[in-house]
Write a protein that binds this ligand. Structure first.
Ligand code: ADP
Ligand code: MG
Length: 395
């Protein structure tokens, strides 16, 4: 288990939420092992929506499941919530086994001690904030005194103790989000599952709600699994991102690890923009460098994974901000001659499209500020990238 990236915030709330003495600050909030779930399509074809997924979430940790539509994010989340039955594997929540194919265990959702916040907040418009938040407890037939004590506690925690008597329609988007979060937290403060909760909100408001959500999560300290297809959202919220590809976790790491050291082409393309040269590895040099014969000549690149060996078909990827302009090719190991096709001023940075000579490749070069020495549209130039910034990745 990797706890190195865990912030030990709010451990008092996340500790032992089941009150059964099983959990401590080192027991993962979620521990999924080798989970599989398939669906039968109408045409009879089987879709493996979740394919041998193994994932840990530490107490207080914010993990984002990131990937395009249909890659299995919601199915994985729903299996953890107990809303879908997996075919095999195990799910432990706070050290308690909630699902095990081998032991034939499958707790219903209300026994899993987690909160959920799905696509729209789905607050009841005819109920007060207090009643909305109390809903999951009353559905579970909790004692009346217990209900008011818990609802008041979470409204306090979320910073809206005075809004209990109001109706959702009278509130701002940010306040509604707080109410929805309070309702998710009311039965459990240790773990919340989110399935694209901000997808129906327009971009500007979404940015603001995201920031507010992350501050509340850091403050209260619940563990979270958050599903999104939006890489910016993922990088902003996550302690760790699990990038999903066809039901599998392609890579799991901090936003920086995912961006700087993607483990395959899919991850490299999905997160951030990248330049690509395709080719075949001709030589392993040193520990982690390879020579690759590409359509823009021979390049020296860093090995992106163990399966990048002599003869392998790879894509060499370079982030646009790691590419430089050179006046002559001798200045660097990897340099390509080209012509500036377009320059775009984007406020915080400038982007140049460079058409490489003798190939059909266009490179994107990003510079952090308006550089008066930068080449202009139509100029011939050289683009370079150091071997440590070129990653040879397999598919
Ligand atoms: P995501 O949330 O990443 O968009 P989903 O988990 O919803 O992806 O879906 C993963 C795959 O499982 C998709 O191919 C989808 O069509 C299929 N799928 C999801 N739910 C069902 C269902 N109830 N019946 C049949 N196929 C399903
Ligand atoms: Mg989904």
């Amino acid at each position: 288990m990797n706890l190195a990236n865990t912030r030990s915030r709010g451990a008092n709330l996340a500790d032992d939420p089941r009150g059964d003495g099983n959990a401590d600050s080192l027991t993962p909030a979620v521990s999924v092992r080798d989970l599989r779930k398939s669906y039968k399509r109408r045409d009879g074809e089987e879709v493996l929506a979740v394919d041998s997924v193994t994932l840990d979430v530490a107490p207080g940790e914010f993990v984002v499941l990131l990937g395009p539509s249909g890659c299995g994010k919601s199915t994985l989340l729903r299996c953890i919530a107990g809303l879908e039955q997996p075919h095999s594997g195990t799910i432990n929540l706070h050290g308690h086994t909630s699902y095990s194919s081998q032991r034939r265990l499958d707790d219903p959702p209300e026994k899993r001690n987690l909160g959920m916040m799905f696509q729209s907040y789905a607050l009841w418009p005819h109920m007060t904030v207090f009643d909305n938040v109390a809903y999951p407890l009353r559905a579970r037939k909790a004692a009346k005194n217990d209900v008011s004590a818990r609802v008041e506690r979470v409204l306090e925690m979320i910073g809206i103790p005075e809004l209990g008597r109001q109706y959702p329609g009278q509130m701002s988007g940010g306040q509604q989000q707080r109410v929805a979060l309070a309702r998710a937290l009311v039965s459990n403060e240790g773990l919340i599952l989110f399935d694209e909760p901000l997808s129906n909100v327009d971009a500007k408001v979404r940015e603001q709600l995201r920031l507010e959500l992350v501050l509340m999560q850091r403050d209260i300290g619940f563990a979270a699994i958050y599903v999104t297809h939006d890489q910016i959202e993922a990088m902003e919220l996550a302690d760790r991102i699990a990038v999903m590809q066809n039901g599998k976790v392609a890579q799991c790491g901090t936003p920086r690890e995912i961006y700087e050291t993607p483990s395959n082409q899919y991850v490299g393309r999905f997160v951030g923009s990248t330049n690509e040269l395709n080719g075949r590895v001709t030589e392993l040099t040193g520990d982690d460098l390879v020579r690759v014969d590409t359509q823009a000549g021979s390049v020296l690149a860093t090995r992106g994974s163990q399966d990048v060996t002599t003869g392998a078909e790879v894509s060499v990827m370079a982030r646009p901000e790691k590419c430089r302009f050179e006046t002559s090719p001798s200045a660097s190991v990897n340099a390509w001659e080209g012509t500036i096709a377009q320059t775009m001023f984007l406020g915080t940075h400038v982007e140049h499209l460079v058409k490489l000579a003798d190939s059909d490749v266009t490179f994107l070069v990003r510079q952090s500020e308006d550089n008066i020495d930068a080449p202009r549209v139509g100029d011939r130039t050289f683009v370079s990238a150091a071997p440590e910034h070129l990653r040879a990745l397999s598919s």
